[in-house]
Design a protein. Structure first.
Length: 92
């Protein structure tokens, strides 16, 4: 997980995103039932074991500015699913 932009002007070779610690709720796309929840590390990493199927990832962050929309994902049997979640810092 990352948040950004973290600087008003992005220069060449300068990354304006940072790792972010937040909570992710996982809901079944079919039933909307909460099936899992996790908190990322300070490096923004998280891992959740899920069965195959379609899910909705719902990121939750601090208030008032950091926001990230819910995302639909599909988990396939015997495979890893990589997801990058970006939070909007509100800097414009």
């Amino acid at each position: 997980m990352f948040y950004g932009p973290t600087c008003p002007v992005q220069g060449r070779g300068r990354a304006c995103v940072r790792p972010y610690q937040a909570t992710i709720s996982v809901r079944s796309k079919l039933t909307n039932k909460l099936v899992a929840q996790a908190r990322s590390s300070v490096k923004g990493d998280f891992s959740i074991q899920l069965g195959s199927g379609s899910y909705l990832l719902v990121p939750r962050a601090g208030r008032p500015y950091l926001r990230s929309p819910a995302r639909e994902i599909t988990v396939r049997s015997h495979r890893y699913t990589t997801v990058i979640i970006n939070f909007d810092s509100g800097i414009r």
